[in-house]
Design a protein around this ligand. Sequence first.
Ligand code: SAH
Length: 365
Amino acid sequence: MSDLGAHLKQLIRNDGPISVAEFMRIVLTAQPDSYYMRGESFGAGGDFITAPEISQIFGELIGLWCVDTWQRLGEPKRFSLVELGPGRGTMMKDALRAARVAPDFLEAASVAMIEASHVLRRLQEDALHAAPVSSIHWLDRFDELDVTHGPVLVLANEFFDALPVRQFVRAECGWNERAVGIGVDGELCFAAAPAPIDIDLIPVPVRGAPVGAIVETAPARAILAAAIGERIAAASGAALVVDYGFVGPAVGDTLQAVKRHAYAPVLAEPGLADVTTHVDFTALSHAFTEGGAHVTSVVGQGEFLRRLGAAERVATLKRAANEEQPRQLDTAYHRLTAPEAMGSLFKALCAYSPASLKPSGFFTA
Ligand code: SAH
């Protein structure tokens, strides 16, 4: 058992079982040896590989999408370009390189990287040391963003999945919060807290689920999305979310741990595996709207990237490529867009304001 495992057990012995949300917060970010705070785990040699790490075309297309959205906003002289949870900084690096086609965009951008992990911040600083913008800074939280910079463009790839969720289990009488306790073998285990919670916490369409069913809600996601929606409504702009998830509401336990590119038991090695859940895009849309932003419909990642010109970008890169690269480009394109790979489990959603902005990739002409 990891040190963090011992810490969790002590916490549970002292105070009683903890919620799944609290468990996620502790194993991911709350302690120096939490998963992201250790920050060793990204890329092909790590535990999982994300879209920007698969191919440069992902970040490049997102960069061109940002330029296009900035143009739709009337090319403001100053704006904030914000990334939530930038990992190794690869997406921002590729996005800014692609945005060189629009020097005025780069001139106007004040880049803000929202990152909890100081280890990952250092990797991001390395990735961006030669980035073609004059202003890049790092923040712990979105609400620390300077409000005097005008419109905001927010990017979040595989970020919302890492925010804590609450899980509720349907019992004979009401719904109980799913918790993490210590079993008879002395190991961490799941259990349901005995006292039923307020039924208002359960989305109406799933309240009739059978005994034993699990439902997830994500207040941390909703609070952040509402704050972003509010900011966009007040200052104009857009927030692009790409993540794995579903169009809810739905019943089911999506809590998962990933270590060295394979699923692992969620409670086995706290802090040594990535622990996430699938994102409910309907709940996220509602939260953005509650903040005052408009939202697009949800589009599969494959469809979204194709609409942004992924196939054309691959063709261009192939023309300039050496012997090996065309095959690698085809493999990456397939991974990012094919329905049996990341093309449909991964989805894109955009919150935006004003209503006339209509960000590209979401509306068919
Ligand atoms: N976007 C990157 C990394 C995804 S992993 C990519 O696609 O490769 C999740 C990222 O979010 C990590 O950088 C992690 O440190 C960060 N993160 C997780 N929870 C956070 C929080 N509560 N606040 C800020 N950053 C967080």
